[in-house]
Design a binder for this molecule. Structure first.
Ligand code: NAD
Length: 540
């Protein structure tokens, strides 16, 4: 079914805070039948709905049914029942469903990208990254999960007589709580790994971007994942998200550090595990031997992809004295050349921010910095003439510790430039603050850049690239150090987090205790002699 309404979307008459239910001028951007087919997947019986508008043009998009606590309980009940059968299916069969998902996502990518754009406002080229990353993840686990999840033989205590295997047992039902910035991608990639490990999922996507996440659920079912295995609920974060944390066997959360901290506390109380993918204030280093043009191009992608609303975005750029002026000239020129627009077409470099709240934060950070003496090299302004939440790509110089944007995550198109003389000092400044998610180093001496990377306290470091090199290298773990997170997605760690290890030891011939009528004392002596012998033989 096509998502689009036959009447042109974005009727300027609907701009403004109207209640679409009672607004005769309202023109819905999406076909109501299309929206209903998606929202029908929700477990939501409250009778309440939440209205969602598009940041592209402020037109109403959907009324999303809201879940109750009882709905969350029902979702977990269905998921638990489905999980029992799913866990018995061979992992290779579960992998085949992921490979079918890979193809479906590529086949239906235009529809996926349109929907992401309507919900988030992002430029088409950045919306494209979402199905791309989901397909990569589906293919990666579709091809490798059996290796990660295979049981392992371990050393037994009595050589040849104690056989030990370690199994990987699914946790059960995994709660996935995801944000709005990459709504299709982040609703799916962590859950795919949970599914292939034999778990069920109850997902709570962000309220602004439920439809993209629900389209993901539809594609999973088409790919052959049993319907009840992937439940979706909707509602306020603290309430419905909290209900998920209270019922899940494991929680995977992506979002802000403050919410992540409260989820970690709740999980600790229940003695369940969680992985947390949180915020960042990511540094990019341009070393004295960097290719300045390449660094400026990379820094643009690093700072302004998805209008800076990206956890791995760069908000601090440290540039070596020797290349500072040339880099700034190239970087600012490129920032000024970016095209801003709110259409579904290819060609725009940046769309609007997602909401008034995001615009308020970005504006406040820039105003605060300017009031305290920072210089705006380009940008610095909201652009209501282009659409409701546009903000120009903004480059600041002279940012100092008393300014909010020095250490706090802006999560918008605002980046600060800092000059350095000494690389050790640049590394120390890059490592300052509480975050440690992603970093980037530009240098023509790649070996030296990799050496510097080892000193950066970030979970991922990209050499001569912004973030995509690590984010798309699915075989390597991705996640944050310090207040940027706990645990890792991607690679073996990304799937093993959803399992418990179970050790099975099979004993034959000798048993653990006195044998053949020997006394306890004789048994102790025999065991001591054995221990000494084993050490002499070099056994672990
Ligand atoms: P947020 O923490 O406000 O919300 C994220 C999700 O958590 C939403 O679904 C929300 O409804 C839910 N939620 C809110 N309060 C909750 C609670 N008390 N209990 C349970 N769930 C709750 O974050 P946000 O502002 O929407 O997202 C932006 C943040 O996410 C940024 O800080 C960004 O850096 C971070 N992020 C991190 C990654 C990563 O991989 N590290 C990726 C994307 C975004």
């Amino acid at each position: 079914m096509s998502p689009h309404h036959p009447t042109p979307a974005g009727d300027p008459a609907v701009v403004g805070p109207h209640d679409p239910e009672h607004d005769p001028r309202a023109s819905y951007a999406l076909e109501p039948e299309y929206v209903a087919a998606l929202t029908d997947r929700l477990v939501a019986t409250s009778g309440q709905t939440a209205g969602v508008r598009s940041p592209l043009n402020d037109a109403p998009l959907a009324h999303v049914p809201q879940s109750t606590m009882a709905d969350v309980t029902e979702a977990f009940g269905r998921a638990r029942r489905a999980q029992v059968a799913w866990a018995r299916i061979p992992v290779e069969e579960r992998q085949r469903a992921l490979l079918r998902l890979h193809d479906l996502v590529l086949d239906r990518q235009d529809e996926i990208i349109d929907l992401i754009q309507w919900e988030t406002g992002k430029a088409r080229k950045h919306a494209f990254d979402e199905p791309l990353h989901v397909a990569l993840t589906a293919r990666y686990y579709g091809r490798t999960a059996h290796r990660h999840l295979a049981g392992e033989r371990k050393l037994g205590v009595v050589p040849g007589l104690t056989r030990v295997e370690v199994n990987r047992v699914p946790k059960g039902v995994v709660g996935i709580i995801s944000p709005w910035n990459y709504p299709f991608d982040l609703a799916l990639i962590d859950g795919i790994a949970a599914l292939v490990a034999g778990n069920a999922v109850v997902a709570k996507p962000d309220a602004q971007t439920m439809l993209s996440a629900l389209l993901g659920a539809e594609l999973l079912e088409e790919a052959g994942i049993p319907g009840d295995l992937w439940q979706v609920v909707a509602g306020p974060g603290a309430e419905i998200g909290g209900a998920i944390v209270e019922r899940a066997d494991y929680v995977c959360f992506t979002g802000s550090t403050s919410t992540g901290r409260s989820i970690a506390r709740a999980c600790a109380e229940r003695l369940i595990g969680c992985s947390l993918e949180l915020g960042g204030k990511n540094p990019l280093l341009v070393l004295r031997d960097a290719d300045v043009e390449k660094a400026a191009e990379g820094a643009i992608r690093a700072s302004f992809s998805n209008s800076g609303q990206l956890c791995v975005s760069m908000e601090r750029i440290f540039v070596a004295d020797q290349v500072y002026d040339r880099f700034v000239e190239r970087f600012v020129a490129r920032a000024q050349a970016l095209t801003l627009g709110s259409t579904l077409a290819w060609g725009n470099d940046m769309g609007p921010l997602i909401s008034q709240a995001q615009l308020d934060t970005v504006t406040a950070h820039v105003e605060d910095a300017v009031a305290k003496g920072a210089r705006v090299l380009t940008g610095g302004n909201a652009r209501p003439d282009l659409g409701p939440y546009f903000f120009e790509p903004t480059v600041l110089e002279g940012v100092s510790p008393e300014m909010a944007c020095f250490g706090q995550e802006t999560f918008g198109p605002v980046v600060s430039l800092y000059r350095f003389h000494d690389e050790a000092d640049a590394v120390a400044r890059a490592n300052s603050g509480e975050y440690g998610l992603n970093a980037s180093v530009f240098s023509e001496d790649r070996a030296r850049a990799r050496l510097i990377a080892r000193h950066l306290r970030c979970g991922t470091v990209n050499v001569n690239e912004a973030f995509a090199a690590t984010f798309a290298s699915l075989d390597a773990p991705m996640g944050g150090m310090r207040e940027s997170g706990l645990g890792r997605r991607q690679g073996a760690e990304g799937v093993l987090r959803y399992t418990e290890t179970q050790s099975v030891a099979t004993q034959r011939l000798v048993r653990f205790g006195p044998q053949l009528g020997m006394s306890d004392e004789t048994y102790a002596k025999v065991m001591n002699a054995n221990l000494r012998l084993m050490k002499r033989l070099g056994r672990a």
